[in-house]
Design a binder for this molecule. Structure first.
Ligand SMILES: Nc1nc2c(c(=O)[nH]1)N[C@H]1C(S)=C(S)[C@@H](COP(=O)(O)O)O[C@H]1N2
Ligand SMILES: [Mo]
Length: 367
């Protein structure tokens, strides 16, 4: 197969094949949340994960405009000043990349090789999308809304602007925002300056960065990032289901201290407080459980109260562990109103929406 043909295909790693230089190049551009940063309610600047398919585009905020068009009565062209003058809301929202956990799948889909760190929670400030669409006058025949970014590239042989379609009902949801600030500061270049879409509860790919165009469509959007990428499918030929809302997950801030190379953890015997975060974008989290014996037995963690002001943020949990000397494997799993995280991997060929439980090997040293 030629290199050009090969670029057109999603590749699955051969059995035992290690992470390649192409995956390493992606991993150094797209960094994750260091898991110890789970301690912060709001992820501090620079610690939020980043995922960018192509390059961070050069966007001049002075000449930048957002165009709203397609099946509308009155197309709009808005400058950043026009948007910032509109009613503003600040929303604390968790983002998670749909590829989180991909690197542990076997066989491994060759792509951005996330372990578990493709997550973060920020305070996003912007204006609700629905009133802008209503002002433009949505065609009664509208079904989808397409959001296009200023970034451009080639993915599996297809040259494209990064663009995603969203069902009209989701675009009209009062929580969908056009945001220009993150944690009280102008959006940083890597997070979509000057403006990005925010669709609370959805996996990361829906939150289009460097927004330039919004088009109301009377047919379902068939762009690459909806029709080809972000599909849950096992066989290459099947159409698969679209990736939408975030499945439940809990993560633990790994306790104790790490080994520099292996990241193996060490603690001293005795009382070891365990803590972390839990979330779901599809239903409220109802329970978090911890296992300190490799998944043989589980106990309930204390789940922090749901904050009605921040329904799309993560929640804290804590669990007391009395650690005895020896090797242990810690696990944590979340349950929401629709179900529990799987302990066995659920494979799909793009490695999407994989919410397999986290496992943290820990060596307990004599106290
Ligand atoms: N224009 C544009 N928007 C984009 C992307 C992109 O490559 N281009 N990546 C998406 C993906 S896959 C994710 S997970 C989130 C990541 O957002 P963050 O980098 O602000 O954490 O942005 C989404 N929005
Ligand atoms: Mo993503």
């Amino acid at each position: 197969m030629t290199a050009t043909e090969n670029r057109g295909m999603a590749r699955i790693a051969e059995p035992g094949e290690g992470i390649g230089l192409d995956e390493l190049a992606l991993a150094t551009r797209n960094h994750g949340l260091p898991l110890e940063a789970l301690r912060y309610d709001v992820t501090p600047p620079g610690l939020h994960y980043v995922l960018t398919h192509f390059d961070i585009p050069a966007v001049d905020p002075a000449s930048w405009q957002l165009r709203i068009g397609g099946a509308v009565d009155r197309p709009l062209a808005l400058r950043l000043d026009d948007l910032v003058r509109r009613p503003a809301v600040t929303s604390r929202v968790l983002l998670e990349c749909a590829g989180n956990g991909r690197a542990r799948l076997e066989p491994r889909p060759v792509s951005q090789p996330w372990l578990l760190e493709a997550v973060g929670t920020a305070e996003w400030t912007g204006t609700p999308l629905a009133p802008l669409l209503e002002e433009a006058g949505i065609s009664p025949a509208a079904v989808d809304v397409a959001f296009t970014g200023a970034d451009h590239g080639v993915e599996r042989g297809v040259e494209q602007d990064y663009a995603r379609g969203l069902p009209l009902a989701d675009a009209l949801h009062p929580e969908a925002l056009l945001v220009w600030a993150m944690n009280g500061q102008p959006l940083p270049p890597q997070h979509g300056a000057p403006l990005r879409l925010l669709v609370p509860g959805w996996y990361g790919m829906a939150h289009v960065k460097w927004l330039t165009r919004i088009d109301v469509l009377t047919e379902p959007f068939t762009g690459y990032q909806n029709a080809t990428a972000y599909r849950l499918k096992v066989d290459a030929e099947e159409a698969g289901d679209p990736v939408t809302r975030i499945r439940p997950r809990a993560l633990m801030a790994p306790p104790g201290w790490p080994d520099f190379m292996t990241r193996e953890r060490f603690v001293r015997a005795g009382a070891v407080p365990l803590s972390g975060r839990a979330w779901s974008g599809r239903a409220p989290v109802t329970r978090v459980e911890v296992s300190t014996d490799g998944g043989r037995t589980w106990e309930d963690a204390a789940l922090g109260p749901a904050d009605p002001d921040h329904p799309f943020a993560w929640r804290g949990w804590t669990c007391a562990w009395t650690a005895a000397p020896g090797a242990h494997e810690l696990l944590v799993r979340a349950t929401d109103e629709q179900g529990t995280q799987p302990v066995e991997p659920e494979w799909n060929r793009q490695g999407m929406a994989n919410n397999l439980v986290q496992r943290v090997p820990v060596t307990v040293l004599p106290g």
